[in-house]
Design a protein around this ligand. Sequence first.
Ligand code: SAH
Ligand code: SF4
Length: 341
Amino acid sequence: MSERINLKALSKDDVLRFVEEAGLPRFRAGQLLHWIYQKHASSLGDITEFSRDLRGRLEETAYISSLAIADRQRSSDGTGKFLFGLEDGQTIESVLIPDEDRLTLCISSQVGCAMGCRFCLTGRLGLLRNLRAFEIVDQVVAVNRMIGPRRTVSNIVLMGMGEPLANFDEVVEALWRITSLVGISKRRITLSTAGLVPRMKSLAEKAPEVNLAVSLNATTNTIRDEIMPVNRKYPLRQLLDACRAYPLSPRRRITFEYVLLGGINDSVADAARLVKLIRGIRCKINLIPFNPHAGADLRRPSVEQVLAFQKVLTDHHLTALIRESRGQDILAACGQLRAGH
Ligand code: SAH
Ligand code: SF4
């Protein structure tokens, strides 16, 4: 028998084609998609809407993959971390962050990351491989399956392992499936990039209305070059021009993430430079005190330093929130994901 087709790895059009080639009426495609993305079927056998005959027939040529949950941890603050095993034995992590009115899932777009940011544990791994679109979407489906049926993920952030814009086509396809098939609105999805400038423009074209977050993390090229090697290719000026040119629908804003590293980028002079750099960009700023991990020669600034930095921004009428990363006790916080590697 030739290899069976993984229905989850197919685009919507390919599912249609599969159904046609199997000699089935078109509405079966809609049913398949509904069962895979909304009812979280993890095998054809789960699809009770199909007769046993039909299930058996489909199983001869096709199957539905599902991410294997290798581990699940829960932080004292309610944050959950999931370790998923992929079909080739690689592993990735997703983090579930409950809030009063939302349930946010932070998903991965790559195994590891090639960007090499100095403060980030994922970066230490280097890039092991890109995720396929279905592996990105399946993090959402698998978590919905686990926490349902009463609760479902309401918001998505692409802030887990990897640089989403470095895996552009698969991420765009995943975004399409998450919005159109899983049913999470674009406005509830945020993609975070370290600043792959040319791809930011493409993202605005291919996935308009998805929220954009940009990891800024420094106010001079000298420092940014040092902590984020991507800056040597796309320096601050180009990055901020791309942000200025980014089409935003009314009431939407770009989020700037700024990891505060003690003694490196956390002075009030940095804060003042930041104010100037982002002038004219509709934005908010998330200040993230550095989350330490073994081996990093960096430190978290004092609370006073963080507050002093924030005050410069708010004094200039900017929205600047201090984001105490959740889930630190289980290494689920920003920059702490490495999926057991
Ligand atoms: N690759 C994308 C998205 C994943 S990283 C990006 O870099 O934007 C998500 C966020 O975690 C980024 O804003 C990054 O700056 C931040 N981050 C990375 N390591 C961190 C650490 N050790 N402490 C706090 N934030 C960190
Ligand atoms: Fe990659 Fe983002 Fe980590 Fe930088 S901060 S190494 S871009 S995951």
